[in-house]
Design a protein around this ligand. Structure first.
Ligand SMILES: [Zn+2]
Length: 74
């Protein structure tokens, strides 16, 4: 599991990220493309999710600044 920066979590330490689950593909696409339309076509495999607590941050594996938060409940 990658150990990378999460801009949503408090603190400057790194966090563990994991690959997206299939149920997260659609919501992640909507959230990310709303902020980064240039990411079309959305490739779920290029993204990862923060695993810390209730954090819902999803971001690109190769560019942590390109990302968004999944809706509540996911
Ligand atoms: Zn996080």
């Amino acid at each position: 599991m990658p150990w990378v920066r999460c801009p949503t979590c408090p603190g400057s330490d790194l966090k563990w990220f994991r690959d997206l689950e299939e149920k997260e593909y659609g919501p992640a696409e909507l959230a990310v493309l709303a902020l980064f339309p240039e990411e079309t076509p959305f490739r779920p495999a290029a993204y990862q999710r923060c695993t810390r607590g209730s954090c819902r941050r999803v971001q690109r594996k190769d560019r942590w600044k390109t990302g968004a938060s999944l809706p509540e409940g996911l």
